[in-house]
Design a protein around this ligand. Structure first.
Ligand code: AMP
Length: 298
């Protein structure tokens, strides 16, 4: 497996791979890899070359967020990525990515202001800008994202559509710990007691999904879900909301056609966790069937 740090070198390597007819898959990550990230490598296995980037992107962290304390272990990440079948790990420095005092950014409007965007001002601008840069460096045919960050996946789909980026976006399902907690690099920062209690989050989401399937009104279930999260010892709820997916619009009554995303964010101490479940609507199921070349998490 190759490791590349230099941006120009990565661009030249990607260009020569393209010229030799290779299909490039790209898995962007912030490192500290776990089974969730590695499942994205699996989801890219039909491509000729899988490139994993490891870059803790400073511009997607707000002031007071956990940029400094975000876990990092490059050598371990490289070994894990190689073991799972990645061909290249690209790990640029922040200085190389942003050293030139950039004046340019990429911003997706409106759908970045709800859910996580409501409390993390500028977060998605950081995400879409760094992804645009990485797409220009890695030149992928396919980019793979996790449903774990459902809003991010929706924002990326919109950006790629709006800006005519010639990249197929593939979205892979959430990988969970055995007690249901969504895997996250941040889980290692949970105190032991919080780690145990955090499993309640996914159980509450699954509960809402299952009872909703029996015909209970969603608003009532969400209200009960919020109350249940507030009762988890040590948990502080940021939001629990339902929106259409991937449009991220407020749900209208009788909107039975839409895919429904039920998403939450909650904190345990300084650790902010997100999770979600997706309930496919009639049109979502049809859409999925129409695109057999690309998998999504529905
Ligand atoms: P991150 O390193 O947290 O920025 O995540 C990099 C990619 O891995 C994103 O596309 C995430 O959605 C995805 N990812 C993170 N955790 C999981 C998980 N538990 N299951 C599936 N994908 C995940």
């Amino acid at each position: 497996m190759e490791r590349i740090q230099n941006i120009r070198q990565m661009q030249e390597r990607a260009e020569s791979l393209r010229l030799s007819g290779k299909r490039i898959a790209f898995v962007p990550t912030m490192g500290y890899l776990h089974e969730g990230h590695l499942s994205l490598i699996d989801a890219a296995a039909d491509c000729d070359i899988i490139i994993v980037s490891i870059f803790v992107n400073p511009t997607q962290f707000g002031p007071g967020e956990d940029f400094e304390s975000y876990p990092r272990d490059l050598e371990r990440d490289i070994a894990l990525a190689e073991g799972r079948g990645a061909h290249i790990v690209f790990h640029p420095s922040a200085l190389d990515m942003y050293g030139g005092d950039p004046l340019t950014g990429v911003e997706v409007a409106s759908i970045t202001e709800v859910l996580c965007g409501a409390s993390r001002k500028g977060h998605f601008r950081g995400v879409t800008t760094v992804l645009t840069k990485l797409f220009h460096i890695v030149k992928p045919h396919v980019a793979v994202f996790g449903q774990k960050d459902a809003q991010q996946a929706a924002v990326v789909l919109k950006m790629v559509e709006d800006l005519n980026m010639d990249i197929r976006i593939r979205i892979a399902p959430i990988v969970r710990e055995s007690d249901g907690l969504a895997m996250s690099s941040r889980n290692v920062r949970l105190e032991a007691e919080d780690r145990k209690n955090a499993a309640r989050l996914s159980q509450i989401l699954f509960g809402i999904r299952d009872v909703f399937a029996n015909g209970e009104p969603l608003d009532k279930l969400l209200e009960e879900g919020r109350a249940a999260i507030r009762k988890i010892p040590g948990a502080s709820l940021e939001y629990l909301e339902a929106r259409s997916y991937p449009e991220l619009q407020a749900l209208k009554n009788k909107d039975s056609d839409a895919n429904i995303l039920i998403a939450l964010a909650a904190r345990f101490g300084k650790v902010r966790l997100i999770d979600n479940v997706l309930i496919p609507g009639e049109s979502g199921r049809k859409e999925h069937e129409k695109a057999p070349g690309e998998r999504n998490a529905l």
